[in-house]
Design a protein around this ligand. Structure first.
Ligand SMILES: *[C@@H]1O[C@H](CO)[C@@H](O)[C@H](O)[C@H]1NC(C)=O
Ligand SMILES: *[C@@H]1O[C@H](CO)[C@@H](O)[C@H](O)[C@H]1NC(C)=O
Ligand SMILES: *[C@@H]1O[C@H](CO)[C@@H](O)[C@H](O)[C@H]1NC(C)=O
Ligand SMILES: *[C@@H]1O[C@H](CO)[C@@H](O)[C@H](O)[C@H]1NC(C)=O
Ligand SMILES: *[C@@H]1O[C@H](CO)[C@@H](O)[C@H](O)[C@H]1NC(C)=O
Length: 273
């Protein structure tokens, strides 16, 4: 029957389409992984199965064949490459993994900067780049990833200030920028008191020479701070007032005594009646 024929053709086309789809993955994920593989150096060959045929279809089913890659609905959603002796840098094409929710490249020797392009990863919830050799500044635009729960950047060589904008991330439950080269004042929203304890305690900020403000101490300055200068000014003013007042008092006392003596002499020289 012609109706059955049509059904068969439809079934065939559907099967063919499904097969075609699963044989080639998402082009964005492919660009992301291939470029990341290129920018990272892998001297211990831990990513030996990150090879071209797998990039072209990183998520054939629920799982990826690529070490450290986890998939969801045919897209890369988690990248976890920790403690693999990786060097090199993080490719800005990482932002092509548009469904990425968790990025953990901790405990490697990755250098260069955190690519600002990751600000476009709007689903990102976990960012763990701790214990690497990253340098440069933390981009204020990172706050565009509004689902961020975890920002762990401890143990790198990051410099500049902690962007105020990060304080607006409402879901942030873990924040660690300790042991970097950060400077300036800790944004109020990150250090602020929540009841009696800070939102993030001093452990999150320690080991940055020039970082100051609650929950760390106030600025330790080598020169004289404004308060110190005002203090010294006021102090010396008061001191000189005291000194001159005492001087005047002593002078008055001495003159008084002299006058008394004079008066005494006078009264002595005057005959008594
Ligand atoms: C990857 O990202 C770049 C820059 O954001 C974009 O131009 C490109 O179209 C994306 N996709 C692929 C497959 O390269
Ligand atoms: C890739 O390597 C990981 C870990 O080394 C392993 O679990 C996975 O099965 C490998 N995949 C393939 C396709 O060899
Ligand atoms: C990191 O890897 C090394 C060797 O591969 C291993 O000895 C060490 O225990 C690992 N460290 C952690 C924290 O997993
Ligand atoms: C980030 O990764 C390090 C090392 O893998 C781990 O010890 C640490 O707990 C992670 N940070 C968070 C906030 O989960
Ligand atoms: C900071 O808080 C963490 C738990 O969030 C705790 O393990 C750590 O001991 C605290 N550090 C200080 C210095 O209070």
């Amino acid at each position: 029957m012609p109706a059955n024929h049509h059904r068969l053709i439809l079934l065939f086309l559907l099967t063919f389409e499904t097969a075609r789809r699963s044989a080639s993955g998402d082009p964005n994920d492919e660009a992301c992984l291939a470029n990341l593989h290129q920018s990272l150096e892998d001297p211990a060959n831990n990513l030996h199965n990150w090879t071209k045929p797998f990039f072209s279809n990183p998520c054939p089913g629920f799982d990826s064949y690529l070490h450290g890659v986890t998939c969801n609905n045919g897209r890369v959603y988690k990248l976890s490459l920790t403690n693999l002796s990786l060097r090199g840098s993080i490719s800005p094409f990482l932002s092509n993994c548009t469904n990425l929710q968790s990025l953990d490249l901790s405990s490697n020797q990755i250098s260069g900067e955190i690519p600002p392009a990751i600000q476009s990863l709007s689903n990102l919830a976990v960012l763990n780049l701790s214990s690497n050799r990253l340098s440069g500044e933390i981009s204020p635009q990172l706050a565009r990833c509004s689902f961020l729960n975890v920002i762990d950047l401890h143990g790198n060589g990051l410099s500049g200030v902690i962007p105020q904008q990060l304080g607006t991330l409402a879901r942030l439950s873990a924040f660690d920028v300790s042991n970097n080269k950060l400077s300036g004042q800790i944004p109020a929203n990150l250090g602020t008191r929540n009841g009696n304890s800070p939102r993030f305690n001093s452990s999150s900020f320690a080991g940055n020479g020039k970082l100051y403000g609650y929950p760390l101490g106030e600025m330790k300055s080598k020169g004289l701070s404004v308060m110190a200068i005002v203090g010294i000014g006021l102090g010396s003013g008061v001191a000189s007032l005291v000194v001159s007042f005492t001087g005047v008092c002593i002078w008055l006392k001495v003159t008084e005594k002299k006058m008394e003596e004079e008066e005494g002499k006078i009264s002595h020289s005057m005959p008594d009646y």
